[in-house]
Design a protein around this ligand. Structure first.
Ligand code: ATP
Ligand code: MN
Length: 479
């Protein structure tokens, strides 16, 4: 059920290769292990079983003749969802839909599945319902396609960085610093919540005594591996992280998860221009790999979920992203004549509706916005000479809005320290981060790509909860 990669040009060529490969396989004896997708019984005295092992969109058609000793007693009882082991021979298929099929010489039922009780029935397939059976939704065509594509994206990401000499670094998941200073973190504690140790804090207010906690201080799940990534970048040059990230933001949207995966490259001797070039090359390489290696899955989703995805990805791979400053974008939005829910003025954080206007209506392609107001961006972004803006860049794509957020980092120790104070952070707690600027500072830059936003964009799935195996969101943590 594996489809090999193919690097040729046209569909006709592709088909030729496929046909040749399948013709070669005719006559081979095979062992198949998988789950029954459908069983159709023909009056001619045999059954068709569509068998899938999840390795590709298409299953294998198995022909079970009534000559088989367990035909009546077992095969006619094995319904959708049953697991079976087939030994048989590949033969040319007379029917449409596949070039070859497997004629069974024996079929062993490993596990029955009662078709009347099987939760995956054709009538109940809303995404909301499937989320409640996340242990079985992975057997559907749609989720099969989504998760094979997610896997291809992960492979492509590692390939991209490894082939360019980036070091893969594993930054900690439990942290005592808050990267964004936004306080949307999940606490990590072993304190007895029914018996919290209190101590007297400032202004006679009681405070939790974290000295008694596991780590002897307050700790949380990380919101980003960037700060630690910078340590490695200033030793190894080019590095990237790829790991889980946690945000306790109470935003019940179709684009936010409480637990998601983030890829964060960090590059020394690199400015914002280099950072944007890297981000653009990176996304294009992912999209190219998906188009080349997941053709069947993409064609399926293009038909069933969103009929623009293939065309959109092809268009992106072949053209350049639009690049403009935040200030220019604000001008465009203000002069657009559009009525936004959130009115636009210089200094506001752009909302998804604004980002979507720019990518979908104005430029009709990905847009990189740079040089945002300092007031709405994190303390570590490099201050521009104008004193008002920072060297930030966000990559926006149609439908999703922000897919990547990045910046050139502040490399001047004094400026960084004053930015920390301005953002209400205590520089003493970031002593090691400031040290990176004190001992051999270099210009450096990086960004974060949300893996699920990327999978969502590529697959056209409308809710981010349907592109991660087991979504975590406010009031929802099943499986
Ligand atoms: P947004 O404004 O969309 O909430 P952000 O600006 O808070 O995102 P960053 O801190 O810049 O996000 O994180 C880098 C990337 O991580 C984002 O561009 C996005 O792709 C992804 N991301 C951020 N928050 C989430 C989330 N809650 N769920 C899934 N992906 C996220
Ligand atoms: Mn961002």
């Amino acid at each position: 059920m594996h489809t090999d990669t193919f690097t040729g040009e046209t569909n006709a060529e592709k088909l030729k290769v496929k046909q040749a490969r399948e013709a070669e396989s005719v006559g081979k004896r095979v062992l198949l292990q998988g789950w029954v997708r459908t069983r159709r019984d023909s009056k001619g005295g045999f059954s068709f079983i569509d068998l899938s092992d999840g390795s590709s969109l298409k299953g294998v058609q198995v022909i079970a003749e009534n000559k088989l000793p367990n035909y009546e007693s077992e095969i006619l009882k094995c319904g959708i969802g049953s697991s079976v082991e087939v030994i048989g021979t590949i033969v040319a298929s007379p029917a449409k839909g596949q070039l070859t099929e497997v004629k069974a010489e024996s079929i062993k039922i490993l596990g029955y599945s009662d078709p009347d009780k099987y939760p995956l029935q054709k009538k109940e397939t809303s995404m909301e319902y499937l989320r409640t059976i996340a242990h079985l939704r992975t057997r559907t065509m749609t989720f099969g396609a989504v998760f094979r594509i997610r896997n291809e994206i992960c492979r492509s990401i590692h390939n991209f960085f490894q082939s360019r000499g980036f070091m893969y670094v594993q930054t900690p998941i439990i942290t005592s610093s808050d990267c964004e200073g936004a306080g949307q973190m999940f606490r990590v504690t072993t304190l007895d919540l029914a018996n919290i140790p209190w101590k007297e804090g400032a202004d006679n207010k009681r405070e939790i005594d974290f000295e008694q906690d596991f780590f002897g201080r307050a700790t949380s799940l990380t919101v980003s591996g960037q700060l630690e990534g910078e340590i490695f970048a200033t030793s190894f040059g080019s590095v990237y992280t790829f790991g889980p990230t946690f945000r306790a933001e109470n935003s019940n949207t179709t684009r936010h998860l409480a637990e998601f995966w983030m890829i964060e490259p960090e590059v020394a001797f690199c400015d914002l221009e280099g950072d944007m070039d890297l981000a653009e090359d990176f996304l294009k390489s992912i999209f190219q790999d998906v188009l080349a290696n997941c053709a069947d899955d993409m064609a399926f989703l293009n038909e069933k979920v969103d009929n623009t995805i293939i065309e959109t990805l092809k268009g992106i791979v072949e053209s350049n992203f639009e690049r403009l400053t935040y200030t220019e974008a604000v001008e465009i939005l203000r002069n657009s004549g559009e009525k936004f829910d959130f009115p636009v003025e210089w200094g506001i954080d752009l909302q998804t509706e604004h980002e979507r206007y720019l990518t979908e209506r104005k430029f009709k392609k990905p847009v990189i916005l740079t040089d945002y107001p300092r007031g709405i961006k994190a303390f570590y972004m490099k201050l521009n000479p104008d004193g008002k803006t920072v060297r930030a860049m966000d990559v926006l794509v149609p439908k999703i809005g922000e897919i990547i957020g990045g910046s050139q980092r502040e490399d001047d120790a004094e400026t960084l320290e004053s930015r920390m104070k301005e953002c209400g952070l205590n520089p003493d707690e970031y002593w090691w981060y400031l040290d990176l600027r004190r001992y051999g500072t270099v210009p450096h830059a990086g960004f974060g790509l949300g893996l699920e936003r990327c999978v969502q964009f590529v697959t056209g799935m409308s809710n981010i909860r349907d592109v991660i195996p087991f979504p975590r969101a406010p009031k929802s943590c099943d499986f």
